[in-house]
Every structure is written in C-alpha cells, then in structure tokens.
Design a protein. Structure first.
Length: 507
C-alpha cells in the first residue's frame, strides 16, 4: 500500500524523548511503502529493553522497486545543473541543524550512545553535507587547447547512475552522510539500505530529505538484512556500492559486487593501536585514550583496542587508565549524566563478555572488569574493561571486540611498538602520544594504518579528507568523503575535438 510522503515516526515528548513502537517502512519513488517481506528482527532500546519495532527481512522485489524508481529519476536529475542540485543540500543542512536535538535523541534511543555522542555524530555528518555543497567546483574537469594543430581535449566528470549505500548500526546518521550527499550532488540517484538494527534514524533522515524538496526517486530507502544487500549487489542497474561494516561482510560485499561489474568501496573492521611513550603528558593522554576506548561503548571503527606502552610508561599508564575507567558513569544515554551507554543488543553484550573471559583465560589480568555492569537491568550493558598483559599469541590480539574493552601490552621501543601494529591484519587507525617530534615523525612515517593520530585518540578525518583504511580494514580503491567521494561517484569522459577551417588528411 502506498502511503503519503510523510514519515510514520512519532515521538513522546518529555525529559527523555523516546520513540514509540512504529512500523518500519520503505521509501520508494517519493512514497512510504509498507514492507512486503516478513519481519526478521525484534528491535529493543539497548538501554531499557523496551520494544521499538520489528525490522523486515527485505526482499529482491522491494529492492527492484527502489532501483527502478531511482533509475527512472536519474535522467532528469543528472541533467539538472550542479548549482541547482546543491540547493537541495543547503536546505537539508538547515533541516538537520533545526532538528539536531530530536535526531540525537532518536539515535540514542535506538543505538544507545550518549546524547553528546549522538550530537557529535550529527555534526560530522553535517560537515559532509557542507563539503558536498561545493560540487560545482569539486566536480569540475579540465581542458587543453591545441593538443595537436586545431585539436582541443576536454575531460569532464559525469554521474554513474543508481548507487547503493549500505550502512552499519554504530553511526546511524553519520555514515549515510559520508556517501549520500556526494552521490546526489554529483548527479546520481541513491538506494539507502541502513542497518536492520537502527532503521528509525534513516527513516527520519529520508523524511527530511523529502521535506527539502528533492525530486521523487532521487533518494530511496529499503530496509532489510542480507536479502536486501545481496539483491542490491546483484541488480544490473546498480552501478556502485558503498559499504561500512565488519571485514567479513565487507569482503563479501566487495567480492560479490565487483563480480557483477560494480564500482565498490567497503570500509571493514579494525583493531586500532595507540602507543604511549614515557614523555607523554600523563593526565591528558589517559583521558583521551579512555574516551577513545570507551566512548560509544567501544562501538566505533576508530576506537582504540590496544594500548602499547613503551618503557617507563607501563607503570603510570596502567594505574591512571584504571582510575578513569572505574569512574565512568554507565547508564541510559538519554540521561545527561551518563558517560557511557550500552552496547547495541543482548547478543552483543554476551559476545563481549565471552571475549573478556577468553582474554583472562589466555593470561591477561582484568584490572577493570565490566562484565557485571548494571547486570540487574534490562539493558545491554558492559562496563569499561581493561585487560593487562594480553599475550601476543592470544587470538584476541586480532579480534575486533567492538565493545568497551582495552588491552594493554608493553614494548621496549617505538620500533617494537610499530612492529606490533604491523603484525595486525587490520590497518584502520593508530596513534602515538609523545612530546617528541622526532618519535612522532618516525611513527607516522612507518606505521601501517590509513589513519594516524599524533596526540589524538580518535584520528577521524574531517569531511574534506578521505576516511582512509589499509590492509583488512578496506576493500576497494577510493575512500569515503572529500575528493575521493567525487572520484568514486563520477566517471571521467575525455573528449577530443577538431574544428578546422579546411579539412585535410595531413597531421
């Protein structure tokens, strides 16, 4: 059944804004459409256990309807001048700013992170909308007269067509905004497939896009799980796929999408390291690393998982990080006093608890153990945890825990610390804390990760830089954001012209 182009979400206003249970719908060709596939996943507020809705499985038929709508909208959208296309993004930016508090509460309700973290996520997303508004400059090509007598050559950028954006649960709005603004600004049409664990934020985003006046079919929303993903990967009209998620799924998306001739960019998992030298500022270093490890309950792809202390830093860091971790207030992210919220589901909570237990079995000492944090409630809580002395042979050194768990290991030198990072199969991010410029330069030059921080706990690139990633953390060529996004969402066309006064076969 077709429904008006109005989002079906409703809110209960109060001290802690919450989402009522609603039907999760698709948005196809400018209309909200009830899902035809079976409900596959029961959704609950991670902090309270209260039911939020039932997420549909998704189907090839639903995906095809969205793709056909996007394909039909493409010719008129690509023909619209770039300066006119970005006017819709200016409106969307204003709407995101206007509804920032509401959107943050929605993210917190379905994801669990704190309100301040949700607002920070939105700020990062809005940055990408702002950068994409520069498409009239960023999308320009180049030309050269007289490459040969009377012959001119021009390179122009043109949109690809229908693009799919498949996003994870940990940043319900920021990651869609890594891709979507650039895709539509460059003249493409989009199918957004959000995580089936956090569908409500994406629905609200699409409503705001509709409110901004974007033509029907330019942005479409399809909910679902693996069924919907595989249907997008196999659909012959989908030209490009952007994905963020775990490395095994990223590899699946990259392999299957590439096999059908699509352009694919897949950000995968991570095992991020931070190196602490003896000359680092102790208090500042500790607090920044604690925020990196335990912020968003450790559920971010740039969260530090392993701290490598060098030399004398071993003694003071263990004591200071334990003190900070123990003092963090864990609870409902809608409570302004909360400093860390829950993990996304009960299943995730049990997985994290199990991995902490494995670390202890492998010889690590849990100097802070969060397995029983708020265990009496209905939420999916795991408290900050620190595993000291995790052996290099432990599988946990290569496991993306995706929870508030920090392992601490020791190295005798910067070179040894770099070697530990080199050994990892992942290459998303690493950081060093030091007051030595020489050590920092040596580290940033040699370390094998795509994002590097110097006295920075979460080296997240600004929107006008690419979100890099190496080794098992990325599959593809061009990354998200900035100039890489322009390259990814456009094809280069080279035109060679000759307009002679008199035709001649002589060259």
């Amino acid at each position: 059944m077709l429904l008006p182009g109005v989002c079906p979400l409703r809110y209960i206003e109060g001290p802690m804004t919450t989402l009522t249970t609603t039907e999760i719908r698709n948005f196809i060709g400018g209309q909200w459409v009830s899902a035809t596939s079976d409900a596959a996943l029961e959704l609950a507020n991670p902090a309270t256990g209260e039911p939020l809705g039932r997420s549909p499985a998704g189907s090839a038929a639903e995906v095809d309807a969205a793709v056909q709508a996007a394909h039909a909208a493409f010719p008129a959208w690509r023909a619209l001048p770039a300066g006119d296309r970005v006017q819709f993004l200016f409106k969307l930016k204003a709407l995101l700013e206007e509804h920032l508090d509401e959107l943050a509460a929605l993210i917190t309700t379905e994801n669990g992170k704190t309100l301040s973290e949700s607002k920070g996520e939105l700020r990062r997303g809005i940055e990408n909308v702002e950068v994409a508004c520069g498409i009239p400059v960023l999308m320009q090509g180049y030309s050269l007269e007289d490459v040969a007598p009377g012959i001119d050559e021009i390179m122009v950028r043109q949109p690809l067509g229908v693009c799919a954006v498949i996003t994870p649960f940990n940043f319900p709005l920021m990651i869609p905004l890594w891709f979507l603004p650039y895709a539509i600004a460059t003249g493409n049409t989009v199918i957004l497939k959000p995580s089936d664990r956090v569908p409500f934020s994406a629905m609200r985003l699409v409503e705001l896009i509709h409110q901004a006046g974007l033509p029907a079919g330019v942005v479409n929303l399809v909910n679902g799980g693996k069924n919907a993903v595989d249907a997008l990967l196999d659909h012959p009209l989908v030209r490009a796929v952007s994905f963020v998620g775990s490395s095994p799924v990223a590899k699946h998306v990259y392999t299957r999408g590439s096999a059908s001739g699509k352009r694919v960019q897949c950000q995968g998992g991570a095992k991020n390291h931070v190196v602490v030298l003896p000359d680092a500022d102790q208090e500042t270093t500790t607090r920044i690393i604690a925020d990196s490890a335990f912020g968003c309950a450790g559920q971010r792809c740039l969260a530090v998982s392993v701290t490598v202390t060098v030399g004398e830093a071993k003694d003071w860091f263990r004591e200071s990080i334990a003190a900070v971790a123990t003092g963090l207030k864990v609870g409902n992210g809608l409570d302004p006093a909360t400093q860390m919220g829950p993990v996304i589901t009960h299943a995730s909570r049990e997985r994290v608890r199990s991995l902490i237990g494995q670390g202890a079995e492998h010889g690590a000492r849990p100097i802070v153990d969060g397995r029983d944090s708020l265990s009496g409630g209905k939420g999916s809580f795991v408290g900050p945890t620190i595993l000291d002395g995790l052996p290099a042979t432990s599988p946990l050194m290569e496991t993306e825990i995706f929870g508030p768990v920090l392992s601490v290991v020791h190295a005798g030198s910067v070179e040894e610390a770099i070697a530990i990072i080199e050994h990892s199969a992942y290459g998303n991010a690493s950081s060093i804390f030091t007051s030595s410029g020489a050590a920092a330069r040596r580290f940033r030059n040699a370390v094998s990760t795509g994002n590097v921080g110097v006295n920075i706990g979460v080296p997240a690139p600004m929107a006008y830089f690419p979100f890099s990633g190496w080794k098992g953390s990325f599959f593809g060529v061009m990354h998200a954001q900035g100039r890489d996004a322009i390259e990814f969402f456009t094809d280069k066309k080279v035109i060679v012209e000759r307009w002679p006064r008199e035709w001649s076969r002589r060259f």
